[in-house]
Write a protein that binds this ligand. Structure first.
Ligand code: GAF
Length: 390
């Protein structure tokens, strides 16, 4: 008996259902923004350096309908009920849970004198929260893309990068840079985003792991992290201190030759923080060169060196991330590193496609032996950036 395969569910079905059930009817539109993986270039963004992230095929989707009053109502498919906020009394304290992200975007738009209308918004996100894959920026970028269109604000992608950074820094309370938003807003399918964080210029670098017989495996350690905690801010402060003592605008201006001199001027901890940034910038440039000349299979040693630098010099790894990286490599990955801000979240491993299952099994077994929570494992590939989808 032949059966007709059932059609794949529409990617907007979940968010439309959530919207109809919370608010009734249909939205004015649906917008989406992806999470990101950073291939290499960690904590370099707020040092005006280089990074090489890509937008992933997991995204936050928001269905939005403008209201005639000054009320904002928010609901998520992940539960928590409807949160109601007043546009004229938007404070950090009034925003609870995930609503802090849309509220922060509204706050940043208002700060630019943009008249944001009241609206109803439903969220459905496939970016796992707290995984270090930029789930919060995905929400902010989706909301910013929707509201700038609905408010007729006429902001381009580079403006939205700075706007969402402002929401994070000034409202959410996380002193983050521009890496995540740049990937989410400016990413392209099949490409990594080579980002110069000094002037926001980008170059799209072809990154097709599967054509090279590889897959980018994400290992979500399930170790919760937050950029509003002290660790991220203290790393940023150490970099700023290093730049000040070395008399440069930003650590971007120190090259590897300048490190020898820096060692005599900085305390040992600040020197190691500085060394991570300076060598990481160099590794990003080398990775771009290697991708151009030899392709993805040849970047493994640079990923490995980046992880070692984050573990030993920047000290933002954790035992679970180290175990994920070491086990993935021992089981056949060509390179592996933690990705994102650190202190938890995810590692990535560049793995021959035929070894992906064995690498995943080895990591799961190693976590079980160590008494750690079972990790989540999945492959990602470079996807298109934020856009309207309905
Ligand atoms: C987090 C931040 F949001 C980024 O700005 C960046 O600093 C990253 O950590 C580390 O590279 O994702």
């Amino acid at each position: 008996m032949s059966t007709t395969p059932s059609p794949a569910p529409s990617p907007t079905a979940g968010v439309l259902r959530a919207f109809a059930s919370a608010f009734g009817g249909t939205p004015d539109g649906v917008w989406q923004a992806p999470g990101r993986v950073n291939l290499i270039g960690e904590h370099t963004d707020y040092n005006e350096g280089f990074a090489l992230p890509f937008a992933i095929d997991l995204a936050a989707r928001v269905a939005v309908r403008v209201r005639p009053d000054r009320t904002v109502r928010l609901v998520s498919t992940h539960g928590g009920g409807v949160v109601e906020l007043g546009l004229d009394a938007l404070t950090r304290e009034s925003a609870v849970g995930w609503s802090v992200y849309p509220a922060g975007v509204v706050w940043a738009l208002q700060g630019r004198g943009i008249a944001v209308p009241g609206f109803d918004l439903a969220l459905d996100s496939s970016v796992p929260a707290g995984s270090g894959l930029s789930s919060s920026h995905a929400i902010e970028c989706a909301v910013a893309t929707a509201l700038t269109e609905l408010a007729g604000a006429g902001l381009g992608a580079e403006d939205l990068v700075l706007l969402t950074q402002q929401a994070e820094n000034g409202f959410v309370g996380a002193p983050t840079g521009i890496l995540d938003q740049s990937a989410s807003l400016r990413g392209a399918a099949g490409h990594a985003v080579f980002l110069d964080c000094r002037d926001q210029s980008i170059e799209l670098i072809p990154f097709d792991a599967s054509a090279a017989g590889l897959t980018v495996l994400v290992i979500d350690t399930k170790v919760a992290h937050s950029h509003s905690d002290g660790g991220y801010a203290s790393r940023r402060a150490a970099c700023e201190l290093g730049a000040e003592v070395l008399g440069v605008d930003a650590l971007r201006d120190v090259d590897t030759a300048g490190l020898a001199e820096a060692q005599g001027l900085l305390d040992p901890v600040t020197f190691r923080r500085v060394r991570h940034i300076v060598t990481e910038d160099e590794r990003v440039l080398q990775t771009v060169e290697v991708l151009r000349s030899a392709g993805p299979a040849a970047i493994g040693p640079l990923l490995d060196a980046s992880h070692a630098s984050m573990r030993d010099d920047f000290e933002i790894s954790c035992p679970e991330l180290d175990l994920a990286v070491e086990t993935a490599r021992a089981a056949g990955a060509v390179g592996a590193r933690m990705t994102g801000g650190g202190f938890g979240g995810s590692a990535i491993a560049l793995v021959p496609a035929e070894a992906a299952a064995a690498v995943g099994d080895a990591v799961t077994a190693a976590f079980s032996r160590a008494g750690y929570r079972a990790p989540d494992l999945f492959s990602v590939s470079p996807a298109e950036g934020a856009r309207r989808v309905l």
